[in-house]
Design a protein around this ligand. Structure first.
Ligand code: UVW
Length: 329
């Protein structure tokens, strides 16, 4: 078990504050240059598309954490409205909605359905914005933590990263395959930096500056079988933050609930890698990405690199966003 002194040494080493200027709110997305985006596009050879987002619905992984719920999806206009209003007329329900809808449906074949969704932005496949996690009163680049207000994040909100797409070269590191695990990585054996190197070597792929690295732990595949959203599995050891820093990775995502191992390797804090990545390095984290179909294809063709396109919603001042990332080979 490491100590907070060990943590602080690593934090000092990986901290990117000021690296891209005092006003920077992009963090390691700065590694994604125009050349990198073009390189990523050149990786599209077969036209195979892999959607990496999970379903946003009531059977999602949320609910076990009391501050997050599964998406609540409700119809606001549907076929029943049209049938009933035309049959009974707007006067039957004397309200403006009935009058308005009735005006659309009477004497016209036109019909429509509308819906609404209420959900935490962290409900399912997501990006964590740099303002999602902080410690000791500072966000990434030294911005004050209290700049995240009830009006939203003044600094490091998800809306600040729109200029980066987000798109780059994606590289999958399949740790399930590396360990020869049947479905997923059991808790109690965090993924080490050496294993990230070993996976890259076994797969014949190099992780280079500006890549978005996807880590497969098998957690999502297991969740689809058990429906247990809180049952943990192994994630990245907190020291992998140094590996990500040394490789100048732009962002990291995984098929589990928190990318890093749920058991903190640092005595005195939970989620140390979140603190290092989001607050010190300025590196966004992607969670609940479904990597199973992509991994199966990579195992067949031996190609573990692809164009990755994963734009967050431009929600003003939000500290995260749902996303449906697409890998294209
Ligand atoms: C927290 O860090 C609180 O959540 P997540 O693992 O979703 O980023």
């Amino acid at each position: 078990m490491s100590t907070m002194s060990d943590f602080r040494r690593v934090a000092d080493d990986v901290r990117n504050w000021g690296r891209w200027g005092d006003a920077d709110e992009l963090g390691t997305l700065n590694f994604i240059t125009t050349e990198k985006v073009a390189e990523a596009a050149s990786l599209v050879r077969t036209g195979k598309v892999f959607p990496l987002g999970v379903e946003f619905g009531s059977s999602g992984p949320q609910g076990a954490f009391h501050y997050r719920q599964n998406p609540l999806h409700v119809m606001t206009v549907d076929g029943g409205d049209a049938d009933t209003l035309v049959r009974y007329g707007p006067q039957w329900l004397r309200n403006p909605l009935a009058t308005q809808l009735s005006g659309y449906f009477e004497d016209s074949p036109f019909r429509f359905n509308d819906d609404i969704i209420i959900m935490p932005l962290q409900a399912a496949t997501q990006w964590d914005a740099l303002s999602h996690v902080y410690y000791e009163d500072n966000l990434y680049n030294g911005f004050p933590a209290n700049s995240v207000t009830s009006a939203g994040a003044y600094h490091c909100g998800i809306d600040k990263v729109d200029t980066k797409g987000i798109t780059s070269r994606g590289v999958l590191l399949d740790i399930v395959a590396l360990r020869g695990a049947e479905t997923y990585l059991e808790l109690g054996d965090p993924i080490t930096a050496d294993e990230l190197d070993a996976a890259a070597k076994a797969q014949g792929v190099a992780v280079t500056r500006g890549d978005i690295v996807l880590i497969r732990t098998g957690w999502w595949t297991r969740f689809l079988r058990t429906g247990d959203g809180i049952e943990p599995g192994a994630g990245l050891d907190w020291r992998c933050a140094s590996w990500l820093h040394d490789h100048e990775v732009a962002a990291v995502a995984a098929d589990n609930l928190m990318v890093e191992d749920p058991v903190s390797g640092v005595e005195g804090t939970i989620l140390p890698m979140h603190m290092l990545c989001l607050r010190d390095m300025g590196m966004m984290l992607g969670e609940y990405w479904d990597l199973a179909a992509l991994a199966a294809d990579c195992a067949v063709d031996g190609v573990y690199e692809f164009q990755l396109i994963a734009p967050p919603l431009r929600v003003t001042g939000a500290v995260g966003s749902p996303v449906n990332p697409i890998a294209i080979k």
